[in-house]
Design a protein around this ligand. Sequence first.
Ligand code: AMP
Length: 214
Amino acid sequence: MDAIVLFGIQGSGKGTQALLLSKQISYQHINIGDALRMQVSKQTALGREVQAVIESGSLVEDDLIFRLLEQSLDPKAKGIVFDGFPRTIAQAEYLCKVYNVKLSIYLDLSEEEALVRMSSRRVCPSCKANYNLISQAPVKEGICDHCGTRIEQRKDDSPDAIHKRFEAFYQETFPLIEFFKNLGVLQKVDASLPIDTLAKQIYSLYYDPCPIES
Ligand code: AMP
C-alpha cells in the first residue's frame, strides 16, 4: 500500500496538513498521537501502559506503536498519510518493509517558533479539534467551535514535557531527514507559512514530487 509521511518538530503543523492532504487525495489519515490518546481516554490495556510515557513527553516503545498501527489500518484504504509516524529509524525501517513510501515531507520550523505555537495550543477533549490561541482561536473564547466543549491544554504541552519532546525529536526523529533523502523520497517545506499556502504546496508535491537528492 502507498504511504506518505509528514514529519517535523512538534508544533510544525503536521497534524493539520496531514488531515488536509488525506482529504484531498482520499487517503486514510493515521495520526498515531491521537490514536494513543484515544487508547488512554478509553483506558484500554495499551492505554494504561502508555499513559505515563506520553504525559512525560518521552517516546512510546516501538513494538506498542507497531501494534497500534496494525489495529488502526483500514485494509480498504487507497493509501495512507502518516502523521507522527515514523519517529525513529527503527520505525522508518518497519514502514519501508510494509509500505511503499511515495513521499516524505519534512515540515521545517525553528525550535523558537515551535515553542511559541505549542504553548498557545489548545485541543478539544471531545472532538479533538485543534486550536491556537494566537493564530486559530475559537470564535467563542475557550469553547470548541464544532461541539461546544471547553477546550484545554494537553498535559504533554507543559514546559517540562515540551522540553523532553523536543529532545526526543532532535535525537530520534531528526535523523529521518537523511534516511528519507537516501531513499530518494524527501521533500522539505517551510512550516512557518500560513496553513493554506503550505497546504497548496504540499498538495502540489504529491503530484510533482521532485525529491531532494542525496
Ligand atoms: P503527538 O501528538 O504526535 O505529539 O504525540 C504525542 C505523544 O505520543 C508523543 O510525545 C509520544 O509520547 C507518543 N508518540 C506519538 N507518536 C509516536 C511514535 N511514532 N513513536 C513513539 N511515541 C509516539
